[in-house]
Design a protein around this ligand. Structure first.
Ligand SMILES: [Zn+2]
Length: 452
């Protein structure tokens, strides 16, 4: 029984989809004005975890992730680079898709672009105007927050702060500036050639409007799960709820899931502190997508994660151990159906508890220890592949070769000779093993056989 922490109620709730065995999942996508950085990556890897575990539980998931290719930032930076908005955003969209692949993130089923959904946004604004939730001002159309009585529930805003008549035209703003927000921005010469001629005037959509219009188009209303980074609770998701619920008079989303921030060396990541990393920066330092993915997942999504290069290095060792384990189990012969069953149950228990991935990992590591100790081989690989549906480490692609029976026998004979202090014989066998293309490595935990 999957339980998820719902930001709307600040409680862990039993997950019940609207339609049996089906899940509508909307995750806020990138604003394509730059390469994505580590903080963004945490959110994208988190979305992937949610989706993978739903798939593991045999739900049919319809995953929608928007591409914000028009907003204040994309316009500003495309102008700086003297490129058309389309050329500029298409470049970063392509790069974003490559990054998803590098991190082994399952591609969303639908990735709607904001610029391709202007008519849907216009009709949403028209409904809001007609119902009296929206009004026209000189610089565009605004949503009147005091008209919508549940405004701010998600972010738990203080009701007395919601009575001002102030307006904010920017897409992003702080809680101190709670005010009527922009649905549609009337054309301003600073927007250059970015505008649409529509029934509600010449201009462009506000950022929040994009997600309300596109989620409704592809998932309907209400839908099951909406994910995002914690910084999107206000104003973005707060405004999405206001727009959609005011327009359609229905609950917008049943479960809101938010991932916490990422810190670098205990500090907020920023260019001025020189602790700002994109995925590309880390890849150029010879870290792999898998390692970065694993590190970002290893801390529970509702806790802050502190990124350090030490922790990324230690992930390297952990992944090597897992790979080695996948090779070793091919030579184990024993079976323990009970251990397999118990491990699967414990893994699911951890994940069912609000996707407690770090606990699930501990279950896997304990399992690996037990398997190594007792040389259990039967059913182990199958179970690890099953877990990998959630881990996303492509364990099935690890190229490992089975060590031939003959080599294992020779290694055992050598061990025996060594124990009997017959070093001459032991060396002789070792040489024989080497001549057959294998190598023995003595370690604290015993002897390892490796193909040269
Ligand atoms: Zn959004």
């Amino acid at each position: 029984m999957l339980r998820l922490y719902n930001t709307l109620t600040r409680k862990k709730e039993l997950f019940k989809p609207i339609k049996k065995n089906k899940v509508g999942l909307y995750t806020c996508g990138p604003t394509v004005y730059n390469y994505i950085h580590l903080g963004n990556l945490r959110a994208f890897v988190f979305y992937d975890l949610v989706k993978r575990y739903l798939l593991y539980k045999k739900y049919k998931v319809k995953h929608v992730m928007n591409i914000t290719d028009v907003d204040d930032k994309t316009i500003r930076d495309s102008q700086k680079e003297k490129k058309s908005l389309k050329e500029f955003t298409e470049f970063y969209t392509r790069e974003f898709l490559k990054d998803l692949q590098t991190l082994n993130i399952i591609k969303p089923d639908i990735m709607p672009k904001a610029t391709e959904h202007i008519p849907e946004m216009v009709s949403l604004v028209k409904i809001l105007l007609k119902k009296g939730y929206a009004y026209k001002a000189a610089d565009g159309i605004y949503f009147s927050i005091k008209k919508f009585k549940n405004y701010g529930n998600l972010a738990q805003l203080e009701k007395q702060n919601l009575q001002s008549n102030a307006r904010v035209s920017m897409d992003e703003y702080e809680k101190e500036n709670i005010s009527d927000f922009s649905l549609w921005k009337a054309y301003d010469k600073n927007d250059g050639n970015v505008f649409w001629e529509t029934e509600i005037g010449k201009g462009r959509p506000g950022w929040h409007l994009e997600c309300s219009a596109m989620s409704q188009k592809y998932l309907g209303i209400p839908f099951d799960i909406h994910c995002g980074g914690i910084d999107l609770v206000f104003p973005h998701h707060t405004n999405e709820i206001a727009q959609s619920e005011a327009a359609y008079n229905k609950k917008f989303v049943n479960y809101w899931l938010h991932n916490e921030h990422l810190l670098v060396d205990e500090k907020k990541m920023s260019k001025s502190l020189h602790n700002f990393y994109t995925l590309r920066d880390l890849l150029s330092k010879q870290y792999s997508g898998k390692e970065i993915r694993f590190l970002l997942l290893s801390v529970h999504y509702r806790q802050k994660i502190n990124f350090t290069f030490e922790s990324l290095n230690s992930v390297k060792n952990i992944l090597e151990k897992i790979e080695e384990f996948m090779t070793n189990i091919q030579n184990y012969k024993k079976s323990s159906p009970l251990l397999i069953k118990k491990t699967k149950q414990e893994f699911e228990k951890a994940m069912d508890d609000d996707l407690n991935f770090s606990k699930a990992l501990a279950v896997i590591f304990d399992f690996m220890k037990e398997v190594n100790k007792k040389k259990i081989g039967i059913g182990v690989k199958k179970l690890m592949f099953e877990f990998d549906k959630v881990l996303g480490l492509n364990l099935d692609k690890i190229k490992s070769e089975k060590i031939p029976e003959k080599i294992i026998k020779l290694a055992e004979e050598r061990e025996k000779a060594r124990k009997e202090k017959n070093y001459k014989e032991a060396d002789k066998i070792r040489n024989e093993i080497n001549s057959l293309g294998y190598q023995l490595e003595d370690s604290e935990k015993g002897v390892k056989i490796k193909k040269v």
